[in-house]
Design a protein. Structure first.
Length: 223
């Protein structure tokens, strides 16, 4: 089984002017594709990885050959995180969450505006490459929390289920925004797919991380 680069759920120009078409084309077709190619090369090198989803590979490092763990973590993490990132955005999304997710955000952060401010502040504080997440704890009553991760780490590795993610690597914004990450962060809200975030929230009960570890590609369609 080959790991596959998922198609973008929108045209490369669909998120203009907030994310430009050239950035999307390079980000998806070069950067994400590169992680998929690395992962497939590792499967050829370590046949015991055959048939395992990227999610399983990311969440089960102890079952991998020790010498392969870092490379697999980087390639699988890059594949999983980018797959989640593409699906976190839409050209026709609502500007704010609704329903149970909106209620949870208001309950855990005080208001949507407070959540948005804290999310942007957390993202701006990341030095170098990384990601910013809204994730749901699998314990403590399922609280929503904001996380940042470096490299291609994922809140799943800490037992938290990802609801929303934004990519903070420079290749996600530098062509259009250059060093103005704050400009990218502010504009990104216009293309957030809150319907997808709500779907993830509805799937994020206390068994979600374990199900993701075993079913990964079936639960969130990451091959």
């Amino acid at each position: 089984m080959k790991h596959l680069l998922p198609a973008l759920p929108f045209d490369t120009a669909a998120l203009e002017p907030h994310i430009d078409a050239r950035t999307l084309a390079l980000h998806h077709g070069k950067h994400h594709a590169g992680y998929v190619a690395q992962l497939n090369a590792l499967v050829e090198q370590y046949p015991e990885l055959e048939g395992r989803s990227a999610a399983w590979l990311l969440l089960n490092p102890g079952k991998l050959a020790e010498e392969a763990r870092v490379a697999v973590r980087n390639a699988a993490g890059g594949h999983v995180n980018h797959s989640l990132y593409w699906r976190a955005m839409s050209a026709r999304g609502a500007r704010e969450p609704s329903g149970r997710l909106a209620d949870a955000i208001a309950r855990n952060f005080g208001s949507f505006e407070t959540f948005r401010t804290r999310f942007e502040e957390a993202a701006a504080a990341v030095l170098g490459s990384g990601w910013v997440w809204l994730a749901r704890a699998q314990q403590n009553g399922g609280l929503l929390r904001i996380f940042t991760t470096s490299g291609h780490a994922n809140p799943l590795l800490q037992g938290h289920f990802p609801i929303l993610v934004n990519d903070l690597w420079e290749h996600a914004y530098y062509i259009k925004h250059e060093n103005r990450r704050d400009e990218y962060l502010e504009g990104w809200w216009a293309v957030v797919d809150w319907d997808e975030a709500a779907r993830r929230f509805e799937s994020s009960d206390h068994t979600a991380v374990n199900r993701w570890a075993t079913e990964g590609n079936m639960l969130l369609e990451v091959a």
